[in-house]
Design a protein around this ligand. Structure first.
Ligand code: OOG
Ligand code: MG
Length: 306
């Protein structure tokens, strides 16, 4: 089978760095006592500009946590945010990566399998934004110290050749796919103990940290129920099937197009769509060799250095 061209894709430029920045000083507010006899003012509703400030600050915190590989407290523990605000925080945090010259590489879907839903206790479909800074070279080692508490999960990746947005049919979805590949996603929640609410994890870009894709192939065969084995140092740790992803991974691509349409950010040619974990995620430790073998699709692997 001829290998599809993947010319639209850029090589991973930005590597994950763990530059330690000096801690920012806490913004301390002077305590002001109300003048005696002054009437107590009604609590002010949180204004639009105040919300914007919070969203930017929360995005900066998440971005800093990722860069420094230091966990932070869940946002929901102190600040109630809506799902809409959570996606705004995600967008702001991605804008910070763009300022560091990362480029958009695609989109990832989350909680598309029962195994993931059961493991994390969240049943809503979510999505996150992928950048080229998250691309990990196939077969290369990742540096364990640049992560907080990384986990890996087996996925399937779509490479698009046409834009997709809004409500689409399975046929339209297939027509936009240039190639598919077995893929591994590294997730690394920025929250302590990998614990979060739906809004927390959305704000944290669906725990996105890195992804590796294996050999690309033209999808001229049914990839709806391919067996897969995730192994650490040659020992199987998860066994499953691509059917675990919404019954067929194409449904995840269709959902991604709908989310992209709602967000006003159509899926673009050259983008990668990660369909979501087919099994529960497994924690990574230094010294491991991680490999995914997928029926008819080949292998994808990476190492974990200490
Ligand atoms: C959230 C990310 C979910 C998937 O494939 O379901 C996800 C998490 O589990 O931390 O990437
Ligand atoms: Mg995933």
């Amino acid at each position: 089978m001829a290998a599809p061209k993947v010319a639209a894709r850029k090589p991973a430029a930005a590597k994950k760095t763990a530059a330690k920045r000096p801690a920012r000083r806490a913004a301390t507010k002077p305590m002001t006592k109300p003048a005696q006899g002054a009437k107590k003012k009604a609590a002010k509703p949180v204004g639009q500009s105040r919300i914007k400030t919070n969203i930017k600050a929360l995005a900066r915190n998440l971005d800093k946590a990722a860069q420094e590989a230091r966990p932070i407290e869940q946002i929901s523990a102190t600040t109630p945010i809506s799902l809409d605000q959570a996606y705004q925080i995600q967008k702001e945090a991605i804008a910070l990566r763009m300022l560091r010259r990362e480029q958009r590489a695609g989109i990832k879907m989350g909680f598309t399998s029962r195994a993931k839903i059961a493991q994390m206790g969240i049943g809503d479909l979510i999505w996150g934004r992928l950048t080229d800074g998250m691309i990990i070279e196939e077969g290369a080692p990742i540096d364990f110290s640049t992560y907080i508490h990384p986990r890996v999960e087996p996925e399937i990746a779509f490479l698009l050749k046409r834009p997709l947005s809004g409500r689409i049919t399975p046929m339209q979805a297939m027509e936009a796919v240039e190639a598919i590949a077995p893929a591994l996603e590294i997730i690394d929640s920025r929250y302590s103990n990998f614990k979060f609410s739906l809004e927390d994890v959305v704000a944290d870009n669906a725990s996105s940290s890195g992804f590796v894709t294996g050999p690309w192939q033209i999808p001229d065969f049914d990839f709806g129920n391919l067996g897969l084995v995730l192994s650490f140092n040659g020992k199987p740790v998860q066994i499953g099937s691509t059917a675990a992803i919404m019954g067929h991974p194409l449904r995840s691509l269709i959902a991604a197009a709908r989310f992209a349409g709602e967000a006003g950010e159509p899926l673009m040619p050259g983008w990668i769509v990660m369909a979501g974990g087919a099994t529960a995620a497994e924690p990574l430790v230094a010294g491991q060799y991680v490999e995914l073998e997928m029926e008819n699709m080949g292998r994808v692997a990476f190492g974990v250095s200490s």
